[in-house]
Design a protein around this ligand. Structure first.
Ligand code: HEM
Length: 338
């Protein structure tokens, strides 16, 4: 009973709004647009059958004339269904894979042990760009995920008031941090693109699984191995897709029709989920998963034995360029103070 009354009230409100503000000629099939007044039942039928109902308006934004758009329902269903599923499966799936990998392989050690001698791997500009990209991406990923699954996951834990505050600040952070993310993406692209062009070594590296699954196996690599190239191109292509669709979402008038805006929104959220899963694997290998890796982005100096095992050709070429003797097996050329 109460439900019926509420339904009727909502319908009446919709009719009044259309008549008062939009001077409507209802366009759905079963409603005659030239009829002088609109019957409540007609509107109710259109609401239930999910047909489009649009009115004639005099302001420039044509989309404001749409009262009911079936596309919106499809989009809402995709957003709450497929998009959520892709994100949850990609992220939880990657976490499960990494737990399995850790149980199988443990932490990847420097096989010949640390030499205690270091070599410069990344300069200050490269590290600044990397950490700007990393910090902004992590906040963007968390605040984006909050929009997608925060109601189900965070709200029950922190309560409505805190969730409201978190989400409001999260939305602001998401909108503004997108810009430094894009700047960092461009710097990273310019700095590393030449080192990430695929070559024949990559095929060998991939055939041997990068030596990641076998202790003591280290396929040769230059500055970046095939695995890192895959990360690099995922970040660049995924980041560019996120940037483009994100700008469209921020400025709907650039996006075109509302159907196009909705498409950008779905692409944005799916690319973000896949990229987040890939980056979780990257963070694992770049920190706790591999001995000696973090230093490359921490101090910029890596142990020479680590470099010899993971980037053998890069070490040889770099030392030759610097006029320092190539390291012998298990040892390394001393590093002058910089
Ligand atoms: C706490 C988080 C992170 C850690 C600990 C981390 C660590 C590292 C390390 C150690 C390297 C250098 C690897 C080497 O010497 O060869 C690296 C490279 C790189 N990082 Fe990160 N990173 C993090 C987050 C991110 C994020 C969020 C992104 C992008 C959205 C990113 C993108 C890259 C790219 C493109 C490279 C070069 C390719 C590669 O080495 O895979 N990193 N990172």
């Amino acid at each position: 009973m109460v439900q019926t009354l509420l339904k009727r009230a909502a319908t009446l409100f919709a009719v009044v709004a259309l008549v008062a503000f939009a001077a409507p000629e209802l366009a759905a099939q079963q409603i005659n647009p030239t009829e002088s007044s609109v019957q409540e039942e007609q509107l109710m039928r259109a609401l239930q059958s999910g047909e489009a109902v649009s009115g004639r308006i005099t302001i420039p934004d044509a989309r404001a004339g749409d009262l009911i758009k079936p596309d919106n329902k499809n989009w809402a269903a995709t957003h709450g269904g497929t998009v959520k599923t892709v994100n949850v499966v990609a992220i939880l799936g990657m976490l499960a894979l990494l737990v399995g990998f850790y149980m199988y392989r443990g932490k990847i050690r420097i096989d010949s042990g640390p030499s205690g001698r270091t070599i410069q791997r990344f300069n200050a500009v490269e590290r600044f760009a990397h950490w700007l990209l990393a910090a902004t991406f992590i906040i963007l990923a968390l605040t984006g995920l909050n929009l997608l699954i925060g109601r189900a996951v965070i709200l029950p834990i922190v309560g409505e008031s805190a969730f409201g505050t978190i989400s409001a600040w999260g939305k602001i952070a998401h909108n503004y941090l997108a810009w430094p993310f894009m700047v960092a993406l461009v710097i990273v692209f310019v700095a590393w693109v030449l080192h990430n062009i695929p070559n024949r070594l990559d095929i060998e590296w991939l055939k041997k699984g990068g030596g990641l699954f076998t202790k003591g196996s280290h396929p040769p690599a230059k500055k970046f191995n095939a695995g890192q190239k895959l990360i690099f191109w995922s970040v660049i292509i995924g980041g560019a897709a996120l940037s483009f669709t994100g700008v469209m979402l921020l400025f709907p008038e650039l996006a075109g029709t509302s159907a196009q805006w909705q498409l950008y929104q779905v692409i944005h959220a799916i690319v973000a989920g896949i990229m987040t899963a890939i980056i979780i694997a990257h963070i694992y290998i770049g920190s706790v998963g591999m001995e000696g890796a973090f230093d490359a982005m921490g101090s910029g100096q890596v142990d020479v034995n680590w470099a010899k095992e993971h980037h053998s050709i890069w070490v040889e070429e770099k030392l030759a360029r610097e006029g320092r003797p190539a390291p012998s097996s298990g040892g390394a050329a001393p590093q002058p103070a910089e």
